[in-house]
Design a protein around this ligand. Structure first.
Ligand code: HEM
Length: 213
């Protein structure tokens, strides 16, 4: 398995880094009253990104498709047992533990952003904002676990998973079915930029509000 093949198409990679930047950016400014609108815009971006990823899980290419992910509990246990035996199993897409972790990340980021949007734009009890904060903290902890697991897994398999998520290529037995799908990536990036520039009217957010307003 010395050759590298495309594993993550461009839309999947853009989704990942835009999600990471939006979530961490929103968290970074979350305490500031001055950046409240920007915080809300980044939250809406998270919602749009995760909805796109669900669509891409059905219609994307190669390992972006959820159907290729392994969730069976026996495979998760087998994956950890193999690590304990010092014979780690190599997966071209997400490994079974990683599949559960990224699914949880998507659900938690979406729940955090939706609860934040409700608290920001609707007249609801303060409890919703508290739920939003708890979800955000849980997500942040999971991001910590995620990044630690990515680094450990990279060491274990002597393969840079971060590089894979940047350029899209990983070691594989042969072509993985992934195709760059550049035009979908361009549309995704354009939609995100249009949201952040204030070109798309968003429910509950002042018309024309931009990331820097
Ligand atoms: C900034 C530090 C981060 C690094 C270095 C990082 C790295 C990675 C890598 C290498 C993968 C692919 C794992 C694999 O090959 O199986 C991945 C997947 C993923 N990460 Fe991150 N990540 C970071 C932050 C985040 C954040 C902040 C979030 C969410 C809030 C996140 C959510 C995800 C999701 C949902 C996937 C699955 C991607 C997909 O299949 O579409 N990551 N990450």
């Amino acid at each position: 398995m010395s050759r590298k093949f495309l594993v993550w198409d461009l839309p999947t990679r853009l989704f990942h880094w835009l999600l990471a930047a939006s979530f961490l950016g929103a968290w970074w400014i979350s305490e500031s009253e001055r950046w409240r609108l920007s915080h809300a815009l980044l939250g809406v971006t998270v919602i749009v990104l995760v909805c796109f990823r669900v669509f891409w899980g059905a219609f994307g290419s190669g390992h972006a498709r959820f159907a290729t992910w392994t969730f069976a509990p026996a495979r998760v246990l087998g994956y950890f047992r193999a690590i304990l035996r010092r014979q780690p199993e190599h997966y071209v897409g997400h490994n079974p533990a990683g599949a559960w972790a990224v699914l949880a990340l998507m659900v938690l980021t979406l729940a955090t952003a939706v609860s934040g949007w409700i608290a920001f734009s609707l007249d609801v009890p303060e409890a919703v904002a508290e739920v939003h904060e708890v979800l955000a903290t849980l997500t942040l902890w999971l991001v910590g676990v995620h990044v630690t697991a990515v680094v450990l897994s990279s060491v274990l398999h002597r393969e840079s998973l971060i590089g894979g998520m940047l350029h899209g290529f990983k070691r594989a037995d042969g072509p993985t079915g992934a195709q760059q799908r550049v035009w979908v990536g361009v549309i995704l990036l354009a939609v995100v930029l249009a949201i952040l520039i204030g070109w798309i009217p968003l429910p509950g957010i002042r018309a024309g509000a931009s990331l820097l307003s």
